[in-house]
Write a protein of this length. Structure first.
Length: 457
């Protein structure tokens, strides 16, 4: 939002000119009003109360939850009642699912009987299911209706529908038969029967499907809305693309947090209390701390070898970081491919085969590079004595082994976690790096024994 607009609004607020403020706010795009609330959070309630009810609802539904919660606590009862009643069912469900029990009860009381039953029904579905996203506001017609009758039905009930881009065809029992784009209906003969327009190429979601699956279905089929059915194929509601985009954003954010080795944040970073940030991060740090203790245990097992050939200790950071980096790369690529639906658990062998070759090529490149560096180092600043070639072989071969192992760990762990029902993102960078650290040391000192035993060891 431009600074000039903010100053103008502040001037209207200071002059207490509510009439002009209302006119000004009602002329802004709802996204601009949202930005204004972000800029001036202390006036959020004032802005919502000043806006016309329709625009107030549209602004409220796109605000983040912490802002919505602050507004609910301070909003006048009559305005709050209007907003809660006019919120689309899916947005209302999303709000209720975030609120605490008592707060939900107070808001449910504000709803008419029909809306209250609808809200409770939607809240009955699992938290991450498609049922929590759907809205029961849609246009449904029968196969024996004429186009003319369908258009009359849309004129009468369309204003209450989430979208009229698509019309859903059902039988007498409410079973979904097909969906028809409004464009096809508008271009058809008014006397034609709806059954003549169906093509039976139906795409639908099950009410118990994971929301993540719905994201992939939308992505593959380029739809603005998809119908939601139960196990008997009875049409229950629809999910629209705006809700899917919001969920996709939340999923992406959650995965990014987990890939960084922290629990997902439920609110924007600056709104999260410091102690809450501590709790989100400390668990993973403790897990990784004990994981790194294994690295210390592994190193302590090779104290004698390190004491005999001190130069071996110099290359330990290089070895373990190379393995961790290759593992993190592989984990990131596989997790992203899984999120996009490009890779599934069934593809594990193809993934492993590709990563074996990738690991060998990457490790060999670092092997040759490290050998050249050690040789150049020996020429410029001799410090490896006459056995520098053996030390170069130890470091180079260890890099091949560690990078190959890290690549395999990084690519296979997400698939394994998915198979076990866990979140693949939890296997990412810090976790993979810690696991590879321990095994990397074992690989490194195994090659040291192989090439230096009887010479330096």
């Amino acid at each position: 939002m431009e600074e000039l607009q903010v100053e103008e609004v502040l001037h209207l607020l200071e002059s207490e000119n509510d009439r002009q403020l209302k006119a000004y706010l009602n002329e802004l795009n709802i996204s601009d009003v949202e930005e204004l609330i972000d800029e001036l959070p202390q006036y959020a309630v004032k802005f919502i109360e000043t806006l016309s009810i329709k625009r107030a609802v549209n602004v409220f539904r796109i605000l983040d939850f912490p802002t919505q919660e602050r507004i609910i606590k301070k909003l006048q009862a009559n305005k709050l009642t209007e907003i809660i009643r006019q919120l689309p069912p899916d947005d209302r469900t999303a709000l209720f699912s975030e609120l605490q029990g008592e707060a939900v009860k107070k808001l449910l009381v504000l709803l008419p009987d029909h809306d209250r039953k609808e809200a409770l029904n939607l809240l009955g579905y699992q938290e991450d299911s498609v049922g929590r996203l759907m809205t029961p506001d849609f246009i449904a017609v029968k196969t024996d209706w004429t186009v003319q009758r369908v258009l009359s039905h849309i004129r009468r009930y369309g204003k209450n529908s989430e979208t009229i881009d698509v019309v859903y065809v059902i039988d007498k029992d409410g079973v979904l038969l097909d969906d028809i784009r409004i464009r096809e209906i508008l271009l058809s003969d008014p006397e034609a029967k709806i059954g003549e327009l169906t093509d039976n190429r139906l795409i639908s979601l099950n009410v118990n499907d994971p929301q993540e699956e719905a994201i992939n279905v939308f992505k593959m089929n380029n739809r603005v809305a998809l119908p939601v059915t139960d196990d008997q194929k009875v049409l229950l509601g629809i999910v629209t693309v705006d809700d899917i985009l919001w969920i996709a954003h939340e999923e992406y954010t959650e995965d990014m947090h987990k890939m960084g080795g922290t629990q997902a944040l439920d609110e924007p970073y600056l709104d999260v209390p410091v102690f809450q940030l501590y709790k989100k991060r400390v668990v993973w740090l403790i897990v990784l701390f004990f994981g790194e203790l294994l690295t210390i245990a592994a190193m302590s097992g090779f104290e004698d070898q390190i004491a005999k050939v001190v130069i071996l200790a110099t290359f330990i950071p290089l070895i373990i970081s190379s393995g961790g980096n290759s593992g993190s790369q592989a984990a990131t690529l596989i997790i992203q491919a899984m999120a996009l639906g490009e890779v599934t658990i069934k593809d594990w062998w193809n993934v492993m085969r590709r990563e074996i070759f990738s690991g060998i090529f990457l490790g060999t490149t670092l092997c040759l590079l490290s050998f050249c560096v050690i040789a150049a180092w020996q020429i410029i600043m001799p410090g490896f004595n006459e056995h520098y070639i053996r030390i170069g072989l130890v470091v180079g071969c260890s890099l091949v082994g560690v990078v190959l192992w890290g690549t395999l760990m990084g690519s296979m762990l997400p698939l394994l976690l998915k198979k076990l029902g866990a979140d693949p993102a939890a296997s990412s960078t810090p976790f993979v790096a810690t696991l590879v650290d321990v095994t990397g040391l074992i690989i490194y000192f195994s090659f040291a024994f192989l090439f230096l035993r009887g010479v330096l060891l």
